[in-house]
Ligand binder design. Sequence first.
Ligand SMILES: Nc1ncnc2c1ncn2[C@@H]1O[C@H](COP(=O)(O)OP(=O)(O)O)[C@@H](O)[C@H]1O
Ligand SMILES: Nc1ncnc2c1ncn2[C@H]1C[C@H](O)[C@@H](COP(=O)(O)O)O1
Length: 204
Amino acid sequence: MHIAVTGNIGAGKTTLTTMLAKHYNWEAQFEDVDHNPYLEDFYKDMSQWSFALQIYFLGSRFRQVKEIRESGKSVIQDRTIYEDAYIFAENLNEMDLLSERDFKNYNSVFNLMKSFVSAPDLLIYLRAEIPTLVKQIAKRGRDYEAEMSIDYLQKLNKKYDKWINNYSEGKLLVIDVNDLDFVSNPEDFGFILERIDAELNGLF
Ligand SMILES: Nc1ncnc2c1ncn2[C@@H]1O[C@H](COP(=O)(O)OP(=O)(O)O)[C@@H](O)[C@H]1O
Ligand SMILES: Nc1ncnc2c1ncn2[C@H]1C[C@H](O)[C@@H](COP(=O)(O)O)O1
C-alpha cells in the first residue's frame, strides 16, 4: 500500500508522515531536504538554480517511487512526484524563473517518468491558509526559508487547490489543518486518524 501526504511548504507533511508511520507501523519516505545540494542556493537565486533543483527533486522522487514499488511494504511518502511538476516547476516557469526551454526539457523527462509511476492508493492533502504556513515555516526555522515571500506561497497554494480539485487518479482525503494542532492535541490527531481509517476501510 502506498499512502502519500501532500501540501504546501510548512503545511505539516513531514510531521504528520512521521506520526502516521509510527501509528500504523508503515515505512516512511521523506523528502531529500537536509542533504539537498541545491536548495539553499535556490532560495538565494531562484532563476539561476531552478532547473538544477527541479532535476534533482525529480530524480530523488522517482528513486523513491521505484523503492516503494519494489519494497512490497506499506509506505507513507512525504510529498509526491506530481507536486514537483504540476506545482513547483510549473509555477517557476510562470514566474519566469524557469525558462521555456528548460521547462520543456524538464517536462519531457517528467512525462517519460510518469509512465512508470502509479498514483498512491490514498493521497492526503493538508490544506492550509497562508498565515498557518508562515507561522509553521517560522516555527521550523530553516535559515534559507526565512525570506520566502507571501506571493510565492500564495501562488503555490493556488496551484495546489487547482490540482487537488481535478485529482482523480486515486482516493483523496482533504484535511483542513488551519485549526488543527495534531502535534500537541491528541484529540486533533484522533480526528485525523478516524478519517484515515474510514478511507483505509474503503480500500480493502
Ligand atoms: N497542525 C499543526 N499544529 C501545530 N504545529 C504544526 C502543525 N503542522 C505542522 N506543525 C509544525 O510546523 C512546522 C513545519 O511542519 P513540517 O511538518 O516540517 O511541514 P512540511 O513538511 O509540510 O513543510 C513543524 O515545526 C511542525 O511541528
Ligand atoms: N520541486 C520543488 N521545487 C522547489 N522547491 C521545492 C520542491 N520540492 C520541495 N521544495 C522545497 C520547499 C521547502 O523549502 C523544502 C522542503 O519542502 P517542505 O514542503 O517543507 O517539506 O523543499
